[in-house]
Ligand binder design. Sequence first.
Ligand SMILES: *Cc1c(COP(=O)(O)O)cnc(C)c1O
Length: 382
Amino acid sequence: MTIRPKDFTKVVHAGVEPDPRTGAIMTPIFQTSTYVQEAPNVHKGWDYSRAGNPTRDALEEAFAALEGAKHGLAFSSGLAAEQAIIQILKPGDHVLVCDDVYGGTGRLFRRLFAKYDIHFEFLDMTQVEQVKAALRPETRLIWVETPTNPLLKVIDIQAMSALAKSKGALLVVDNTFASPIYQSPLELGADIVMHSTTKYIGGHSDIIGGAVMINDTKLYEEIKFVQFAAGAVPGPFESFLLLRSIKTLAVRMEKHSINAQAVAQFLQGHPRVAEVFFPGLSHHPQHALAAKQMRGYSGMVSFNLKGSYEDVVTFLQRLKVFALAESLGGVESLVNHPEKMTHASVPEDMRRKLGIGPNLIRLSCGIESAEDLVADLLEALR
Ligand SMILES: *Cc1c(COP(=O)(O)O)cnc(C)c1O
């Protein structure tokens, strides 16, 4: 499991060309809403920043490069990116969604889009036959998040792509957890890749953002129209921050994954830990699939602590390096209680069915020293 050597070079240069006017090596922050025209509708390619902005253009090129895609689109949040994808559908359409999705994704689909008569069906996509049986003539999308959040199940992207193609549906992969460094869904047959760039791509816990990457030009035009018509775009400053973040994505991911592997192995051997969820452990149910479709296991580890809910709270409060907070993928290590925090909006029966209970803890391993992270956990488990 290693990062492709070329990716270290790619991330440093993705999307960024020296500014033609000044030679500035970084794309400037074009903090402008509008552009002066020479005659009505005669201009240099930009007329209004909802439609296009040079800093955002550079970011969109960088996004495309990261996933080896023809096209990239930038959004003001991961959920805005998801919304734009769903808005290419029409009433009556059917979407299959993996049951263990990010809480906000489930909420967007169940509470907002269900109102517009789009039918979302949630199911365990590690069971390929179940997905096959659930396909209908009106199925337009298969929506996969892999590894899943928070239980880190791994879904077979190639198998889902084959099922989608058999029915003329599109496969969307939320690649936020793996990052483009460790998984390339378009190469495995996905039609659309999306990211919450708030997480690993941003990487510094200071921005909210989303990305969509696509090869098919017609599909790109459809989603770009939603971006333009509805306007959930990032500003030039956020675009600049993301361009800056992307340069260190490969070196950050390398450290995130080294730390997560060390943390998972430590937890697995601790007597107070009941069960560890990490695709890089050999006992993980989809370990072989993860080893095949990913180039690394990324930085997320979940586990069940033995004992009562009070024991869990004591553990969370004793941690000093891991901060108790929502979100993930930043340079600093975070700990989250999915049942009460990120997945509180998931209906309770579904949470229980999935195994998101009071003893489940999710770690986002940062880029600190692995020894310090393990020592912090050991002390909190005393
Ligand atoms: C955070 C997250 C989202 C939503 O992104 P926002 O930037 O918070 O809108 C979607 N999918 C996954 C896997 C996430 O972790």
